[in-house]
Design a protein around this ligand. Structure first.
Ligand code: PA5
Length: 503
């Protein structure tokens, strides 16, 4: 039997886009026409008046407007609980207009030189030093990117992520994928002390040095604090090329810093277009006219839902490529809002898949859910549905009506939006016109501003994460890190006092 041939199927547009980007063919993101066609929008109709307990009304939201506007003004003028170690963590606000063309050119020139020399690029990091890069990469590239030919990838190397977990099997499996390949890495850590990233870096660095001696140093990029930290010190000693995470931008707000830009540039994603998307949303969300500012509306709706006892936000998308963006939101919001017993738990979901899993609970379970849809309007590809001889599955009517998989996939959002609303789940739909860096930039900026406003509404600092520090300290203590002896003793005493129940 011969291998499968994709008879009558057009070429894959995602691959074509990758190839265009590899040849530096740009989207016309400065043109009015492109901007009009690529403007993310929000439909909030279904947020109001869902039946059952915890309903949200338009009046509830309108009564919150003065507080939201005040929060916005404080954010813009740098007032309130926004400091971390004495620094106002709001550098992300003006970053889109502060990034210079020279800076982007510098990144592009380093990454294009490096890309040409390697077969694979590994991004090492966790949390804010990982999720935004992976989200953007997955949103804009082929699902099986690393299995494509180099030409199909637009000349980019294979791209891998490590350091985001400590699973030895995952780590080892990834190393197997790197075996025999020339590699470069970008190790990303603002603090420079995060255990998972540091361990991953140790292992990879050792392998690289054993293979290539001092030549390995040229293939190691470091993205960290400008002056402090172990990574910065090591980079100085070894002469690694370094990129900077600004002091006033926290991890989960850092996708537009070098944290994101370097890796995205390696993948040939147009970082200028990405910046342009951020800039546009910065403009759109700069004013205090509530109903014309999507970040303010988004923040107010989520806050009102939370006040109405909604505790879970399902962030559902009909796009496998945007699922990683929902995962980015899973970090941005809970890591910022989860203080003092507050905050919505974000549950990223890919529909239809999850509709056949926890969809039952969304429809009929405890009415503590609010839902946000990330609807991808236009997919890269169109998949037609063929006619069959006998119509046993009864689906020929789709063919008769000229309906394709793309149409059905839109209904995968519109159907649940209606049914879940009727079942008592208020929901809103954020419509993303198509998969490009411009749209992602807009979405990210809007979400960053929304969560910042949410911090004011919840009356705590959204830019710190003492809870994450708590786990880090407990882990340091349990692994016996020098300097944590007292914590080790305390934890061991606590554990010894607990009666273990094992079945
Ligand atoms: O948003 C954050 O600040 C965190 O998620 C950090 O990005 C994460 O803990 C990784 O920290 P670091 O970059 O210091 O290694």
């Amino acid at each position: 039997m011969e291998g499968l041939s994709l008879i009558d199927l057009a070429e894959n547009s995602t691959i074509r886009e990758q190839q265009k980007r590899g040849k530096q063919v740009k989207n016309p993101f400065e043109s009015g026409e492109f901007r009009a066609a690529n403007r993310i929008s929000m439909d909030v109709t279904n947020m109001f008046g869902a039946p059952g307990p915890g309903s949200v009304s338009l009046e509830d939201v309108e009564s919150l407007i003065p507080e939201v506007i005040k929060a916005h003004q404080m954010l813009k003028s740098g007032e309130g609980d926004i400091y971390d170690h004495g620094i106002a963590m709001t550098g992300w606000q003006d970053l889109p207009v502060e990034i210079s063309e020279e800076h982007l050119t510098g990144i592009r020139s380093i990454t294009s030189e490096l890309s040409g020399e390697v077969d694979a690029f590994v991004s090492l990091g966790i949390g804010g030093s990982y999720l935004g890069i992976e989200a953007t990469f997955r949103a804009l590239t082929h699902k099986y990117f690393n299995q494509l030919t180099r030409d199909e990838r637009g000349g980019a190397p294979e791209i891998y992520f490590l350091g985001q977990n400590m699973d030895p099997d995952f780590f080892r499996d990834t190393l197997d994928m790197l075996k025999g390949k020339r590699i470069a890495i970008n190790v990303i850590s603002k603090s420079g002390t995060t255990t998972e990233t540091a361990i991953a870096f140790r292992i990879i660095r050792k392998l690289m040095e054993e293979n290539w001696g001092n030549d390995a140093d040229r293939m190691i990029l470091v993205t960290t604090d400008a002056v402090r930290g172990a990574l910065k010190e090591m980079a100085g000693k070894r002469g690694y090329r370094t990129f900077v995470i600004p002091d006033d931008i926290g991890g989960r707000f850092s996708v537009l810093t070098d944290v994101g830009l370097v890796g995205l540039s390696v993948a040939n994603i147009d970082i200028e277009e990405f910046v342009a998307g951020f800039k546009v949303m910065r403009d759109i969300t700069s004013g205090d006219d509530f109903w014309h500012n999507p970040a303010l509306v988004h923040a107010a709706l989520r806050h009102t839902a939370w006040c109405a006892e909604k505790k879970i936000e399902v962030v559902a998308t009909n796009s496998a490529s945007l699922y990683a963006v929902a995962r980015w939101m899973e970090q941005l919001f809970p890591e910022s809002e989860g203080h003092d017993g507050h905050g919505l738990w974000v549950s990223p979901s890919l529909y239809s898949e999850k509709l056949h899993a926890n969809g039952q609970m969304v429809q009929e379970g405890q009415r503590n859910i609010v839902e946000t849809f990330l609807l991808l309007k236009e997919h890269d590809n169109q998949v037609r549905i063929p006619r069959t001889d006998n119509n046993l599955d009864g689906l020929d009517f789709l063919v008769d009506k000229g309906l394709d998989m793309n149409f059905i996939n839109r209904m995968v959002i519109e159907g649940p939006a209606y049914a879940h609303y009727k079942g008592g789940v208020p929901n809103m739909t954020i419509e993303i016109p198509r998969r490009n860096a411009f749209n992602l930039g807009q979405l990210y900026y809007m979400m960053e501003k929304s969560v910042a406003i949410s911090g004011y509404l919840l009356a705590h600092n959204p830019f710190v994460q003492p809870g994450v520090e708590a786990y880090k300290r407990a882990m340091f203590a349990l692994i016996g890190k020098p300097g944590f002896e007292e914590e080790t003793r305390n934890i061991k005493n606590d554990l010894a006092k607990m009666k273990r129940i094992r079945i």
